[in-house]
Design a protein around this ligand. Sequence first.
Ligand SMILES: Cc1ncc(COP(=O)(O)O)c(C=O)c1O
Length: 393
Amino acid sequence: MSRIADRLQDIEPFHVMALLARAKQLEAEGKSIIHMEIGEPDFPTAPGIVEAGIKALEAGKTKYTPALGLPALRELIATSYDNHELPQPLSASRVVVTPGASGALQLVCSVLINPGDEVIMSDPTYPCNRHFVRLFEGKAVSVPVNAASAYQLTAAMIEANWTSKTVAVLLASPSNPAGTLIPDQELRAIATVVKTRGGILIVDEIYHGLTYEAEPMSAPDSALALDCDVFVINSFSKYYGMTGWRLGWLVAPEQTLPAIERLAQNFFLAAPTVAQYAALAAFTDDVQAELGSRRDQFRLRRDYLCPALEQLGFKVPVLPDGAFYVYCDASNFTNNSEQFCTSLLEEAGVAVTPGKDFGTFGASDHVRFSYANTIENLETGVARIKKFLDRQK
Ligand SMILES: Cc1ncc(COP(=O)(O)O)c(C=O)c1O
């Protein structure tokens, strides 16, 4: 069968997957590779969560849950917003448990987008965002952002790119690839623009919990206060270290829930049951303490890696506030970051993600380093990169 729908022409692969495949091949040949390309925590899932998962399996919790998720988990997620200064407590009825943030993004796009509708997002950004918009026949309006705005959209940029076809703005804070936050003040200003224009605000908060200075405001703080329509996407993948369990959530406006329930029933019936039972343990004090100490380790790694990269000659124009990425300007060494990453892998045994994976603006000058690896491995990686760069001189 050779038929593939036209829209698939616009769905690009993750370029880093090809790099990862090559890295694995080199490892299979006995070469040592330092992984600084990976977008998931290196820590295993916390023992308390794993035990809860095993217990769920043993107790036969292997049937579908309700499409919107286990009521107890929806409650716990809603309660986790209590330490944000929300204008009113978040109702569990607005929380939808999904197969990862990816499932949440799919629900949001399908509930909002009519053919031709525009969704504003930054370039660079998490690449699947524009692909999801495209799959629902919408148009991703990718607005170039650079270090001047910490690689984030501003209210002024959103205003300037709003058209009669714009329906929504999609933000991520902290972001992937730069790990930067949108300052609270700016997020409020963005919510005001979106509300004034009658649009929808979508905020991906998947790296919440992994921030190293201030705890950022959660989007409902600003948006609910203004009564602007906001969807918040989050996940158990990153802070909770559960990437492979495939579990995330969505906080949606009350009126959209019947439609979202219909979509969830049709798309995936329910999020994985064992993962949902396991996640009930994610909010216990023990697990939270464990996750907090992991966050501290990520902070130490960031504090080691950023100056080390700058010493090598990479530019780190904005210190990442969170996540586990550093988005570097590598223009001192290359204007073809993809080729640079390939050479770095082949000649130095260090895997790094080229800017191309996150868009087109400045992509050929930028690379993303992930510090989801031990300090020892990061040090080895830096030493190898130094030798590689010295050889280029
Ligand atoms: C910004 C962002 N959003 C969403 C996702 C998807 O995550 P999940 O594993 O929860 O589907 C990722 C994964 O890397 C991400 O970086």
